[in-house]
Design a protein around this ligand. Structure first.
Ligand SMILES: [Zn+2]
Length: 142
């Protein structure tokens, strides 16, 4: 990690403080091009927007997929105040962003949060009905 990376990471931490000051969970992120130019930045708004998906990493991954061509996305780095959660990591993978740099790891975050505030997976059942469920999928990929 370079000094430039650390400077951009400090901006993501400032955005986390902005989120907190506005009544939201304290997480912030930004996207920077290869020369360090900030392309977009955001912070968590999950409380004020009443949207459980309003994590800055997800919002920026969606922005990148919409606004950047694939080569530009691949040359773009996300700087984020905390390691992306599973939801955001999936969106980042689909966005084509080339790199993620984070401050707190999920393990470090867990030590800072009160016990019992993490997320648990919903019980899931499956697979089932393969012969029926595969029809629209096969038609799509033909
Ligand atoms: Zn997330």
């Amino acid at each position: 990690m370079t000094r430039e990376d650390e400077a951009l990471l400090r901006r993501a931490i400032e955005l986390a403080a902005t989120a907190r000051a506005g009544g939201n969970p304290p997480f912030g992120s930004l996207l920077a091009g290869p020369d360090g130019t900030v392309l977009a930045e955001d912070h968590n708004t999950s409380i004020t927007e009443r949207d459980i998906t309003a994590h800055p990493e997800l919002k920026l991954a969606r922005w990148a997929a919409r606004e950047l061509d694939p080569d530009t996305a691949a040359a773009t780095t996300m700087y984020t105040s905390c390691q992306p959660c599973g939801m955001c990591a999936g969106a980042i993978a689909r966005s084509g962003l080339g790199r993620v740099v984070y401050a707190l790891s999920n393990e470090q975050l867990a030590t800072l949060k009160p016990p019992g505030t993490g997320f648990t997976d919903a019980p899931a059942e499956g697979p089932a009905l393969f012969d029926e469920a595969r029809i629209p999928v096969e038609e799509y990929y033909r």
